[in-house]
Design a protein around this ligand. Structure first.
Ligand code: NDP
Length: 445
């Protein structure tokens, strides 16, 4: 049995029934175990074993009363994964699929991603199996308040700083912050993604999507190309997808698709700024379905219960959820000669899909590198909160661009393979080195 197989077997034994967590650890271990073997400094320290074990897991009951007066009970979680380089930092997800396996995979990935941003942030993630779809504003508020009634005692501006993720946007962050402030009796930067009126940062809502496109720009510039004239297939129509589309359009790209969990829309004329504004209102304010786009724009087509990966394009951006690109989808992308797959979502591609990308010679960037702009800008929000000042839109945007360029450079440094770059290997090793050095310095704690 190889070193990798032995390592993964142990992870599976210690963490039974957690397939997403096993998948995330295996992807990292594939690059890190050989790296450790080549570097004596990191040997016999059980570094990866320690990083794969959460420092703390908090699980709690979230009871709340719905609009009919019925009592509902959900599960709440916070995974405090690793604090070697800074306080725990990572989003909160509200989605019916949320469980320990999904949150552990996200917190594990977050540790490496946060390290790549160059900012002092450890890894964490949290959430609930609560389904926000179809809930009234008052129900969302009561749920958020109940969730925070327990979580507040475990977090703090220097301990653990949650943010948004799937199902948690500015509305939810507002309700969570309000309850934290009331219970802790302090006004601090304990959450990021806050409204501008109470400590939020300009560009934070846009940051993940914009960052993905800045990363694409870096990848293309390295080979002497640009975004202008490239066609994009994007999945999702939430925060990440909307702003990735916005920046791609601004830089001269043509966005052909967006999707939600019911299906996708294809607009052969391209989704322009005006059409994107319609989508933002539809999704963010009316909380409607992507299908309604075709009622407004009759030339566009709607594909029920399908994913957009069969459509021809230059660049594919998965921006919805984990494992949304399976083996057959990856094969379609490769057969269509797609130039790059750049992940906006966390772990949107299965291991088999990644294998196809890497063997077909297309450019491939894992989410931990290309979607790190969101948490990086959360880090900038934390800095502004501790300095008690607000940077301008231009200043935050410039810092975001610089961070994405820095992440790209780290991937190039550690992922060089002849003339090509193995972005996955580069991101994994660069993320690991900083965390490992901090752990070595701090001893066995
Ligand atoms: P949102 O909740 O704003 O949007 C999620 C989008 O993905 C929606 O269009 C949703 O459709 C779709 N989606 C969710 N679950 C599924 C599913 N099981 N199958 C198909 N489609 C699905 O979330 P975000 O845009 O914030 O997050 C998207 C991804 O990006 C996630 O993987 C997240 O972890 C990652 N990410 C987010 C960051 C951020 O700053 N927000 C930072 C870094 C990564 P529907 O409306 O039908 O549910």
């Amino acid at each position: 049995m190889s070193l990798l197989e032995k390592f993964i077997q142990k992870i599976k034994e210690n963490n039974p029934n957690e397939p997403e967590f096993h998948q995330a650890v295996e992807e990292i271990a594939e690059s890190i175990l050989p790296f450790i073997e080549e570097n004596e400094r990191y040997q016999n320290k059980k570094l990866l074993e320690r990083i794969a074990e959460p420092e703390r897991i908090i699980m709690f009951r979230v009871p709340w009363v719905d609009d009919q007066g019925e009592i509902q009970v959900n599960k709440g979680y916070r995974i405090e994964m690793n604090s070697a380089i800074g306080p725990y930092k990572g989003g909160i997800r509200f989605h019916p699929s949320v469980n320990l396996s999904i949150l552990k995979f996200l917190a594990f990935e977050q540790t490496f991603k946060n390290s790549l941003t160059t900012l002092p942030m450890g890894g964490g993630k949290g959430g609930s199996n609560f389904d926000p779809k179809g809930k009234s504003d008052a129900e969302i508020m009561r749920f958020c308040q109940s969730f925070m009634a327990e979580l507040y005692r475990h977090i703090g501006p220097n301990t653990d700083i949650p943010a948004g993720d799937i199902g948690v946007g500015s509305r939810e962050i507002g309700y969570l912050f309000g309850m934290y402030k009331k219970l802790a009796n302090e006004f601090t930067g304990v959450l990021t993604g806050k409204g501008l009126e109470y400590g939020g940062s300009l560009i934070r809502p846009e940051a993940t999507g914009y960052g993905v496109i800045y990363f694409v720009q870096n990848m293309l510039e390295r080979i002497g190309e640009s975004i202008d004239g490239k066609s994009f297939v994007i999945s999702g129509s939430g925060n990440v997808a909307q702003f990735a589309a916005e920046k791609a359009i601004e830089l001269g790209g043509k966005v052909l698709t967006l999707s939600d969990s019911s299906g996708y829309i294809y607009d052969e004329n391209g989704i322009d700024e005006e059409k994107l504004e319609f989508i933002k209102q539809l999704k963010n304010e009316k909380r409607g379905r992507i299908k309604e786009y075709t009622e407004q724009y009759n030339d566009a087509q709607y594909f029920e219960d399908e994913k957009p990966w069969g459509q021809k394009c230059d660049i594919a951006l998965p921006c919805a959820t984990q494992n949304e690109i399976q083996k057959e989808d990856a094969q379609k992308l490769a057969d269509n000669g797609v130039q790059a797959v750049v992940e906006g979502a966390n772990m949107p591609s299965t291991s088999e899909a990644i294998h196809i990308f890497r063997n077909s010679g297309m450019l491939y960037s894992p989410g931990k590198a290309s979607n790190a702009g969101g948490v990086a800008t959360s880090g900038l929000e934390m800095s502004q909160n501790s300095l008690s000042l607000n940077w301008s839109r231009e200043e935050v945007d410039q810092r975001l661009k610089d961070i994405m360029t820095d992440i790209h450079e780290q991937c190039v440094k550690y992922g060089k393979k002849g003339d090509e770059i193995d972005y996955m290997k580069g991101a994994n090793i660069a993320g690991f080195v900083k965390v490992a050095e901090a752990m070595l310095a701090q001893g066995v704690v």
